[in-house]
Design a protein around this ligand. Sequence first.
Ligand SMILES: NC(=O)c1ccc[n+]([C@@H]2O[C@H](COP(=O)([O-])OP(=O)(O)OC[C@H]3O[C@@H](n4cnc5c(N)ncnc54)[C@H](OP(=O)(O)O)[C@@H]3O)[C@@H](O)[C@H]2O)c1
Length: 251
Amino acid sequence: MSKPLKGKVALVTGGSRGLGAATARSLGGAGADVAITYVNSADKAFEVVAELEADGVRASAFQADQANASTAGKLIDDVVTRFGGLDILVNNAAVSVEQGRPIDDPDADVAALDRMYATNYTGIVAIIRAAAKVMRDNGRIVNVGSGIASRVGVPGLADYAATKAGLVGYTKGAARDLAPRGITVNVVQAGLMQTSMQPPDPETLKFMLSGLSIQRVGDPAEIAAAITFLATPAASYITGAVLDSDGGYTA
Ligand SMILES: NC(=O)c1ccc[n+]([C@@H]2O[C@H](COP(=O)([O-])OP(=O)(O)OC[C@H]3O[C@@H](n4cnc5c(N)ncnc54)[C@H](OP(=O)(O)O)[C@@H]3O)[C@@H](O)[C@H]2O)c1
């Protein structure tokens, strides 16, 4: 089996479960050594590490709360100390809170919304800034967005959509800044997946599926494949791009 990422070091945030775990497996399968982060699920994170090691690559899990931007520098230092460098960063970790509440809901938990902005946007910017200082030439940054950044589709998602739309603008700017070093920066906008992220209620799910071209929920491995492609040398001329892996939500 071809190993296009052999010798590369990857960091996947939120690699303990869901799309992050699928991405860690996919990058490891392509030959990369893989660091993952988690915030609460230590057991799940160490299971993913054990799977990666069984697949023949080096792997480690680091606890780092992305809602606290000041943790970014230490995280990147720890990864470089453990693996000797950094070539690939996948910003996957994110949360979705207060889903379904319209913006004029008087009972909205504003503190939870603020923590979501910190996790899904400010914390990611801090990790990109810290990683950019040490990433080797021809590195890869892939930010995980959502089709909801391009078309919200249902009420009650304004804040989550804003965090993901902000990521698109930052990606395009970062792509311009890092291109002289051969580092590409792209977004993969995921669609509905079978993960533990707040699943929509059955009625909303039915409505959302009816708006897809491919009318089924996605397997995280399908989105991980798009992320892994962007991490390979074959994607060296793609930067500042938004790749939708969402069953045709925006088609
Ligand atoms: N699920 C969907 O339908 C869907 C659709 C479109 C886009 N997306 C995007 O896809 C990505 C992955 O989503 P998912 O569904 O796989 O999510 P998930 O199953 O809820 O997993 C979230 C991951 O992020 C980590 N995480 C959460 N808060 C964190 C924090 N403060 N610091 C560090 N790590 C944190 C979690 O760690 P712990 O396990 O330790 O909590 C976990 O590893 C996200 O960017 C999401 O916005 C998802």
